[in-house]
Design a protein around this ligand. Structure first.
Ligand code: ATP
Ligand code: MG
Length: 418
């Protein structure tokens, strides 16, 4: 039943609605929250709620100040005041007649007094609905509900205008089409095709964030295919586009098979198919192009290089141990990706690792002596020989498995006699 959970949200928003009404202003739920409420998707208590109002930001601050637990105004210049009540984060944006983006030629924002004006500047009709508070009445001037029901992805005004205002919307089109199983309207597909090159002016970070959201879609396959058909994919993921040019659907399938709740696993699948260089340097370069944080790049490196080196890991038990140590915390993700690349070899490696893990800790290739033990045993002071001796013990650990203290001592003694 559409809007089955609307009452709960309207109740939760009641104090806010009262505060706005008390000053003669209107306030509405808007955007994704309305769409998802209509679809009866569960509203997680941690989900942010977007509101829009005819009050200007200074007024909004004065209205919510007394009832909020915290208020933030970083977005004030663009009309947005954020605040928190209990566990809920809420953002109220003054109606806009023009959406600001970093790529706009005029990076300023113009406020509007009418809700319909605001909705007309939103990306798609399914995202251009509002619910007036506290009455809970739907405002749907562009037939977003009927597009949700009929499965259409359309822009409120012309698609060319919409994508000129913000070319990122062309990527968003693919995400919403895949996520809600909507067929993009002909003018949307045509504008995406004709305007694909406009994506080049969009900040890489915005594109990356949009791709991150695309990767959260359960089955993003249709989105990749739409982006490919319109010529957008080769601008953002040239390797995936090249695979699709060869009619190789592996990237699309593989990304969809990775757990949608595991961002890193999905990103790793994307990295694998978007770059043909599966060495650490290749993954680093790809991560840098995507402006990913270093910690993410390191994890991706462990996963992708791990998946690429399964064959080496099968060279013998020592090689398997080294592989297990190098993949570390990313081992399971590396195996999952590798299974999709080379099922049989990966399966064999998994058997080896399971067998080893029964008797040793694959995550701890430690040796039972430290630097001072080594110095004392060998009768030497600090210097490179200490490191060499420890490296030798580490090699033995990989060759033969965990060492006891007496085995390690014996190994060092035989080393010192050589
Ligand atoms: P999600 O559930 O993924 O958060 P969402 O629809 O809430 O989806 P957001 O990116 O959070 O998407 O944006 C909230 C709302 O703001 C959208 O529903 C849409 O109305 C509007 N919006 C967001 N980005 C744009 C944009 N680039 N151009 C136009 N309208 C936008
Ligand atoms: Mg949202």
């Amino acid at each position: 039943m559409p809007f089955a959970h609307l009452g709960e949200v309207v109740d939760e928003m009641a104090p806010i609605a009262r505060a706005f009404h008390g000053t003669g202003h209107r306030v509405y739920l808007v955007g994704g929250v309305v769409r998802d409420l209509w679809l009866d998707l569960p509203l997680d208590p941690a989900t942010d709620i977007d509101l829009t109002t005819d009050a200007v930001p200074v007024e909004t601050k004065a209205i919510v100040g007394p009832i909020a637990d915290a208020v933030w105004a970083q977005g004030e210049r663009f009309g947005t005041i954020g605040f928190r009540i209990g566990g809920r984060a809420i953002e109220v944006t003054t109606h806009r007649s023009e959406a600001y983006t970093a790529e706009s030629r005029k990076p300023h924002v113009a406020f509007a007094t009418e809700i319909d004006t605001d909705l007309s500047r939103r990306d798609f009709t399914v995202n251009a609905m509002a619910i007036e508070l506290p009455a809970g009445e739907l405002v749907d001037p562009f037939s977003g509900v009927s597009d949700l029901v009929g499965g259409h992805l359309r822009t409120p005004l012309g698609a060319v205008t919409a994508f000129s205002d913000d070319p990122l919307r062309m990527l968003r089109a693919a995400r919403f089409a895949a996520r809600y199983d909507l067929a993009p309207a002909d003018d949307v597909v045509q504008a995406m095709t004709e305007m694909a090159d406009r994506l080049d002016i969009v900040a890489v970070e915005r594109i990356r964030d949009e791709l991150d959201k695309l990767l959260e879609v359960d089955d993003p396959g249709d989105a990749f295919l739409l982006l490919h058909a319109t010529g957008l994919l080769r601008r953002v993921l040239p390797g995936v586009a090249a695979a699709l040019d060869r009619d190789d659907q592996a990237p699309v399938r593989a990304v969809g098979q990775a757990d949608p709740a595991d961002d890193l696993a999905r990103l790793a699948a994307l990295a694998w198919w978007d770059t043909s260089d599966h060495r650490l340097a290749g993954v680093r370069a790809w991560s840098a192009r995507m402006r990913l944080p270093n910690a993410v790049a390191d994890s991706l490196g462990a996963i992708v290089v791990g998946a690429a080196t399964v064959g080496d890991a099968l060279a013998g038990v020592p090689a398997s141990r080294r592989w297990a140590f190098r993949t570390g915390q990313q081992r399971q993700r590396a195996l999952d990706l590798a299974l999709r690349v080379d099922h049989d070899a990966t399966h064999r490696l998994m058997v080896v690792l399971d067998h080893l893990a029964a008797t040793e800790d694959l995550d701890d290739p430690g040796v039972p002596l430290d630097g001072s033990d080594v110095m004392e045993l060998l009768g030497i002071g600090p210097g490179p020989r200490v490191g060499q001796a420890l490296a030798h013990l580490r090699d033995l650990r990989f060759e033969h498995g965990p060492l006891s203290v007496s085995e390690a001592r014996a190994a060092l003694e035989s080393l010192s006699m050589r």
